[in-house]
Write a protein that binds this ligand. Structure first.
Ligand code: ZN
Length: 336
């Protein structure tokens, strides 16, 4: 069987201790003479829970730096969707974390299991070093992600532990079930990150972060609608360098690739690498064309009209609803 559960575990999956204690203590005894004792126990347990909850985390960091956490289903999704803006935030000293919710252990036509999961974790480590961000790969099998309570707790804890101002993820309508359920899990964490007694072992967030979706082409039940578009022209080469390191997925073709993609002749190998890189440059150029109107809204007609490479995002209604001024503060790149 592929993927040892303990091979690359980074995230905690333990449930809250408090709910177990309450059900155990309240599960026995009856009669009036027990009421007082039970009430006392209830008070005691509530006070323990409040102590464990601690004080809420504030949304804005004391150092004035933004904190951004991006979720993707696989070790490459965040880098593809938000690698440019991640590098731009990182260059200004803001703190960015890219999380792959599965370990990617079936994402190749030739190899699978633990060795592929380790290979892909190493690929994103290299990519994220180039981007200047932190990365984490959760040890959940590729192709098997489900929107369970356990996973809702896992995502909620990660957002709280990062003390996030911004959370990104895919929309929940997508061809790939792992993408869909990553979208559902991130949506389900919106609001719950602010609820004190949900996962009381990690301090709740006082302010709901802004939750944002990555773009996609799916039309049903509703198409992606950009709320912000960012020029990534200053960092396009850095983003392409990062994507170059994800060889198992792009150079070798990932799950739907084949041996025919990989030439044996070194000159042809270089040509293949150039083609892959050009494909990603074109992908970001197409986003610039597709979201030109939004670029113009944020940068003005002159600059917005001349942006070549872009990334764009849609605000999820379940997180905080930012004004356009707040979006400009969260994406502090428009005066450049
Ligand atoms: Zn994916």
């Amino acid at each position: 069987m592929p993927g040892d559960e303990n091979t690359i575990v980074f995230g905690s999956r333990s449930g809250p201790i408090i709910s177990v204690c309450i059900s155990t203590v309240f599960g026995y005894g009856s009669g009036a003479n027990l009421n007082h004792a039970m009430n006392m126990r209830r008070l005691l347990l509530i006070s323990i829970a409040v102590t464990l909850c601690g004080s809420p985390s504030g949304a804005a960091s004391a150092d004035g730096k933004l904190r951004i956490i991006c979720f993707g289903a696989h070790p490459d999704d965040c880098e593809l969707q938000a690698g440019g803006v991640a590098a731009m935030w990182a260059a200004k000293g803001h703190k960015v974390k890219l999380v792959s919710v599965t370990n990617g252990d079936i994402g190749h036509w030739r190899e699978a299991g633990g060795p592929l999961a380790l290979r892909r974790a190493e690929e994103v480590r290299k990519a994220d070093k180039i981007l200047g961000v932190t990365s984490q790969v959760l040890d959940i099998h590729d192709g098997e992600l489900l929107p369970t309570i356990e996973n809702r707790r896992l995502i909620t804890r990660l957002i709280r532990e990062w003390n996030a101002d911004i959370v990104m993820g895919p929309r929940p309508n997508d061809y790939h079930p792992d993408h869909r359920y990553t979208g559902v899990l991130v949506q389900d964490a919106a609001y719950m990150v602010t609820v004190p007694f949900f996962c009381p072992d990690v301090p709740y967030l006082k302010h709901n972060p802004v939750f944002l979706y990555y773009p996609d082409r799916f039309q049903k039940p509703n198409p992606f609608q950009p709320d912000i578009a960012i020029s990534i022209d200053p960092v396009i080469e850095k983003k392409l360098d990062a994507l170059d390191t994800l060889e198992s997925q792009f150079y070798e073709g990932g799950a739907n690739g084949s041996a025919e993609l990989i030439p044996s002749d070194p000159a042809k190998q270089q040509e293949r690498k150039r083609e892959v890189r050009a494909g990603f440059a074109k992908r970001n150029e197409d986003l610039g064309q597709r979201f030109r109107a939004k670029l113009t809204d944020f940068y003005g007609a002159d600059k917005g009209g001349s942006v070549k490479y872009a990334e764009a995002f849609e605000v999820c209604e379940y997180g905080r609803s930012p004004s356009s001024q707040e979006l400009k503060e969260l994406f502090p790149f428009f005066g450049e």
